[in-house]
Design a protein. Structure first.
Length: 262
């Protein structure tokens, strides 16, 4: 196994920008992206989640660890259109306009398709794909009305390209996020909005280690060239690249964050 590199210091990539991130309360990619956005100099940030206690704790942790006071949190289930609109309106008001939207919300379970109930299929699709669509749609409406461009970064997955047992619903949703990214990017270009996505292979965080069977994790890690999963901050780093001006000519692209052998 090739060891994890040292944590990379911020370089002011998002200096003066404002950021909204969904599903950012916890120990996963969302909170890692929120932390990195502040380290990269964002002037203000709003994070959302469906867990009230965890959200409040994450807001305080972000303030304490980074020293940024302009941090807010709002409960939001991206499967609910009213909550999506309320979140974006809240962030637009608090941040005096959102410069960067990171659609991180997603839901996954493990079930063979032959055993899957409609309700489980629909829940994963509704949060992961439809939620990304709802956030993107209403945000673009706000951007069009205010006449100032923005950036959207979506969280997809290599399972949008590759097959894995018990992941038909999740893979279908993430493939949909990829297609949504490409198509919406074409439509949003005239609004001055860039839309790209990251596609992680395996990002390891405490919740995954707690929920996934150890044998499955070892199998997935063995597929990676480095013999380990990515740290959540390694995925967040690529999100920051797509969010910042260094990727100014990129839109409609899906960027793998992967070391998979095949």
């Amino acid at each position: 196994m090739i060891k994890t590199p040292e944590y990379v210091a911020g370089h002011g990539l998002l200096s003066g920008k404002s950021v909204l991130i969904t599903a950012a309360a916890g120990a996963g990619i969302g909170f890692a992206a929120a932390t990195r956005a502040v380290e990269e100099g964002c002037r203000g940030i709003v994070i959302s989640d469906v867990h009230e206690g965890r959200l409040a704790a994450s807001v305080e942790k972000l303030k304490q660890e980074t020293g940024l006071d302009a941090v807010w949190g709002l409960l939001c289930n991206v499967a609910d259109e009213e909550q999506v609109r309320a979140l974006i309106d809240f962030a637009e008001d608090r941040l005096a306009g959102i410069d960067i939207l990171i659609n991180n919300a997603g839901l996954g379970t493990s079930k063979l398709l032959i055993d899957m109930e409609d309700a489980e299929w629909h829940k994963v699709i509704d949060v992961t794909l439809n939620g990304t669509m709802r956030m993107t749609r209403y945000f673009l409406q706000q951007v069009k009305a205010r006449g100032r461009g923005a950036v959207i970064v979506n969280n997809a997955s290599v399972l949008g390209w590759r097959a894995q047992k018990e992941q038909a619903h999740y893979a279908a949703a993430k493939a949909g996020v990829m297609a949504l990214t490409r198509c919406s990017a074409l439509e949003a270009a005239e609004l001055g909005v860039r839309i790209n996505a990251v596609a992680p292979s395996l990002a390891v965080h405490p919740m995954l280690r707690k929920s996934a069977p150890e044998a499955l994790l070892k199998e997935l890690e063995a597929r990676e060239a480095y013999g380990r999963g990515a740290e959540c901050w390694e995925v967040a780093n690529v999100m920051m690249f797509l969010a910042c001006d260094y990727s100014s000519y990129m839109t409609g692209e899906i960027v793998p964050v992967s070391s998979q052998r095949a």
